[in-house]
Design a protein around this ligand. Structure first.
Ligand code: NDP
Ligand code: MG
Length: 380
């Protein structure tokens, strides 16, 4: 029986993680769950899974939850509460399902305890990939990716030698604006941008899919997970989202992993690896899909994808600046304060104006995230 702590249990990945665990009550036990503020859903999850520890980032909501619950469960609160859940509770696997930079510090605590991290929170690797992978090696921790593309690559690499990889091919759905002209971005609405054709996800990653920043963040994530340079990480648009990604080897052979667009499978794989567990998830019916298509991405239209490649090539704190500027720009777009077309422009400005650092420490990364957020908040 593996003990599981889920950071961000009330989100899209968090809820899917609980769906997976519900299928395997003999294999996994939920020992802790956390939320930002959604205590209604958290309370339902507490009643069903009976965790030992819960943490709520929003302090007033944590107080409200304490009043509602008449039990001995430990309720932590604030950012420190979430970090403490990762630091002080007893678990085997941490599911990193928080969104954005907020996932970084609690994930680092789990790494320092030498745990397995089932990592959905790609931003952790984007902002501090060098530090995080260094700590994974130092503390003999393990990151198994949950992001479907990276799970696919991980599965394709089992039994292979990384030195024989010619390139990895990340597939991209292209998002809701794949077939729109760039001029459409001027007036694209929040509702249109949130209308993803294949995946149902949290709002931030859904907007990232519409700008294709999500794929850019995934290129950086792949760089740190698989140790390959930008030149060996290629993006191919595959609108059906059935081939989750591919690896091409030096003999020209390509391996792919296929499945329905459903995060339960990569979540389960990250929990059970190297075992594969039987389940009742819907199977892929290839005749009903009929056609697979592939295109090169339009880097001129999807400027965020180009900016992410540039940030990866610049290295140092550039991906941290890219990420923080993107987080604030997406927040502003969701609030109706900026146009969709302004997201990439804001990120470009942040990357040009904020000082580049070659080898930032963790404190430098925390500072850079803050400076970038302040810059974007105050300048646009
Ligand atoms: P959601 O927005 O649906 O959920 C995020 C979770 O984190 C919620 O539980 C939320 O609480 C909590 N949370 C948000 N901000 C904070 C904070 N500052 N401090 C503490 N907790 C916080 O996101 P997703 O599940 O869609 O995505 C999670 C991560 O997984 C992201 O990094 C995303 O890129 C990645 N990912 C997601 C995929 C998907 O299919 N959804 C696919 C691949 C990767 P509350 O409910 O109160 O807001
Ligand atoms: Mg993905």
């Amino acid at each position: 029986m593996k003990k599981v702590l889920i950071l961000g249990s009330t989100g899209s990945i968090g809820v899917n993680s609980l769906n997976v665990i519900r299928e395997h009550p003999d294999k996994f036990q939920v020992v802790g769950i956390t939320t930002n503020s959604n205590i209604e859903l958290l309370e339902q999850q507490i009643n069903e899974f009976n965790p030992k520890i819960v943490a709520v980032k929003d302090v007033s909501q944590a107080k409200a939850l304490k009043k509602r619950l008449n039990s001995s469960i430990e309720i932590l609160s604030g950012e420190d509460g979430i970090i403490n859940a990762a630091l002080n509770s007893d678990y085997d696997i941490l599911i990193g399902a928080m969104v954005g930079f907020s996932g970084l510090l609690p994930t680092i605590e789990a790494i320092k305890k030498g745990k397995r991290i089932a990592l959905a929170n790609k931003e952790t690797l984007v902002v501090a990939g060098e530090i995080v992978t260094g700590l994974v090696a130092e503390f003999s921790a393990e990151i198994i990716p949950v992001d479907s593309e990276h799970s696919a690559i991980y599965q394709c690499l089992v039994g292979e030698n990384l030195e024989e990889v010619e390139k990895i091919i990340l597939t991209a759905s292209g998002g809701p604006f794949l077939n729109k002209d760039k001029s459409f971005f001027e007036n694209a609405t929040v509702e249109e941008a949130l209308n993803h054709p294949n995946w149902k996800m949290g709002n931030k990653i859904t907007i990232d899919s519409a700008t294709m920043m999500n794929k850019g963040l995934e290129v950086i994530e792949a760089h740190w997970l698989f140790g390959l340079p930008a030149e060996k990480i290629e993006v191919v648009v595959h609108p059906q989202s059935i081939i989750h990604s591919m690896v091409q080897f030096q003999d020209g052979s390509i391996k792919a992993q296929l499945g329905l667009p459903d995060m339960k499978l990569p979540i389960q794989y990250a929990l059970s690896f190297p075992e594969r567990l039987n389940n009742n998830f819907t199977r892929t019916n290839l005749p009903s899909i009929k056609t697979f298509t592939f295109f090169e991405p339009d880097f001129d239209k999807f400027e965020c994808l180009s900016l992410a490649y540039q940030a990866l090539r610049s290295g140092g704190n550039a991906p941290c600046i890219l990420n923080a500027a993107n987080e604030i720009a997406v927040e502003k777009f969701l609030l109706g304060k900026i146009k969709f077309s302004e997201i990439s422009k804001i990120i470009y400005e942040a990357l040009s104006k904020i000082e580049h650092q070659k080898s930032p420490s963790l404190d430098d990364i925390i500072e850079c995230d803050k400076i970038t957020r302040d810059f974007v908040t105050n300048s646009f």
